[in-house]
Design a protein around this ligand. Structure first.
Ligand code: NDP
Length: 424
């Protein structure tokens, strides 16, 4: 009943995961709001666009792009743009839905949206990437605006891509709009602290969990999958806090050192070589061995569906932190629960990025910019408060942190729907 007719059964992907999560949450919602749950199981709006570009050799290429606004009850749409060959409508729908819940968990005044282009950007030159970004931005222009829908970076997009998006939108509008995109360069109204914000939120929420589980971060063994925007910052912050980063993984493979890796050296190697594998001072291990590495804390900061039931059985860590969106399948989630592994769910753990995106938007609109210390202090406070609310609710109701986070977020969204009412 919750599967829209435009989505074919074999391409449900993460959208199905989201629906299972909503099913698990529904019984815990207040009796007053529960009847409104179907509002969450359908995206409000989904735009599919053709993105034709001229390649450097003069040929024309076509790429499929999407922007989905899952829910705008609490404010304008907010969510990243992904460039990846596996992007599908179902994936973008799920990511937009998780944004709805996440924005409500940290109580920033945004709805949930997400976008993407089905492309392997590693096969494009910089000039082709710019043409792709600008054409895609023009095609989804009708949805965008600082009070309508505000994109941000995600997998394979960065501050340069955000600068092109902001410029294209502004050119088409005939005015400069800084607040239409977040994750921009500082020179273009970007916020201090945004680059590290998601990794920082991952770190802060893990510290909060560790405190409650009687675990010391200083000396804890940490393994991080994904070494991009999120994973690199998280690994660096754990190392700075005295943790031992014992394994790292990117799409090229995994590296490990039980005595602790040098995160800065790994980053420098990746910048030179374009991959983590082969980094000096580490053993390059089989990618499959990554999940069974001896670690106290595992950070999943790459993609969806990485933690399958088979992986969940092999994890040694006490805490699994979801830096990525949707890294754990619903079946694996139950196994982790049975095994007593604390899962800090994506809608809480990786909310630091959108929190500082919110700060960036506020700074752009007010044309008044804050110091990095102010930003980090506000971010830390919001993350700690959200963590405490979720943790306390989970303990009080005897439910997993994911369910508690979804209850908190979904109830805020459904309450907004209730007071706004249906139109007409
Ligand atoms: P990046 O593109 O910057 O980094 C992704 C990293 O994951 C890269 O190191 C990539 O390796 C690695 N990776 C990709 N596929 C695999 C795989 N199959 N196995 C192992 N590693 C893999 O993306 P982000 O860091 O921005 O995003 C990562 C996750 O975090 C996504 O789920 C995203 O939605 C989520 N997120 C991001 C936010 C942000 O602020 N950027 C905010 C909230 C959530 P390689 O480079 O070799 O391809």
């Amino acid at each position: 009943a919750h599967i829209p007719s435009y989505l074919s059964a074999e391409h449900l992907g993460p959208w199905e995961t989201f629906l299972v999560q909503i099913d698990r949450v529904e019984p815990h919602l207040s009796a007053e709001l529960r009847p409104l749950t179907p509002l969450l199981t359908r995206p409000m709006r989904a735009l599919i666009v053709n993105v034709p570009i001229r390649l450097d050799d003069g040929e024309m290429a076509h790429f499929e792009g999407y922007r989905v606004q899952h829910n705008l009850a609490r404010g304008p749409g907010k969510g990243g743009i992904r460039f990846h060959p596996d992007v599908t409508l179902a994936e973008v729908m799920a990511l937009s839905a998780w944004m709805t819940v996440k924005n409500a968990v940290v109580n920033v005044p945004f709805g949930g949206a997400k976008g993407g282009v089905r492309v392997d950007p590693k096969q494009l030159s910089l000039a082709e990437l710019e043409r792709l970004t600008r054409r895609y931005t023009s095609e989804i222009h009708i949805l965008l605006g600082q009070d309508k829908d505000i994109p941000a970076p995600d997998i394979n997009t960065n501050e340069q891509v955000m600068a092109w998006m902001m410029d294209t939108y502004s050119m088409n509008e005939g005015r400069t709009s800084m607040g239409v995109v977040t994750g921009k360069p500082i020179s273009l109204g970007g916020s201090l602290g945004r680059k590290d914000a998601t990794g920082r939120g991952v770190f802060v929420s893990t510290v909060e969990a560790a405190k409650r589980l009687g675990m010391d971060i200083n000396g804890a063994r940490v393994a991080v999958q994904g070494f991009g925007n999120v994973g690199e910052a998280a690994a660096r912050l754990f190392a700075e806090a005295g943790a031992r980063v014992v394994a790292l993984q990117d799409s090229s493979g995994a590296i490990a050192n039980p005595s602790g890796l040098d995160v800065h050296a790994a980053k420098a190697w990746r910048q030179q070589q374009g991959r983590l594998s082969g980094a000096p001072g580490a053993e390059t291990i089989d990618a499959d061995r990554f999940w069974s590495v001896e670690a106290d804390i595992l950070v999943a900061a790459a993609m969806e569906n990485q933690i399958t039931p088979a992986v969940a059985e092999r994890i040694h860590a006490r805490i699994l932190v979801e830096g990525a969106n949707g890294p754990t399948t619903p079946e694996a989630d139950l196994i982790l629960q049975e095994r007593g592994i604390t899962v800090i769910p994506d809608v809480l753990a990786n909310a630091g990025g959108v929190t500082v995106s919110y700060f960036e938007w506020v700074q752009d609109i007010s044309a008044f910019f804050w110091t990095e210390d102010e930003i980090n202090a506000r971010l830390d406070r919001i993350m700690r408060e959200a963590f405490t609310a979720v943790w306390d609710a989970a303990r009080a109701k005897g439910i997993p942190l994911r369910t508690a986070a979804f209850v908190l977020g979904c109830e805020r969204v459904l309450l907004a729907h209730k007071v706004r009412g249906l139109y007409p």
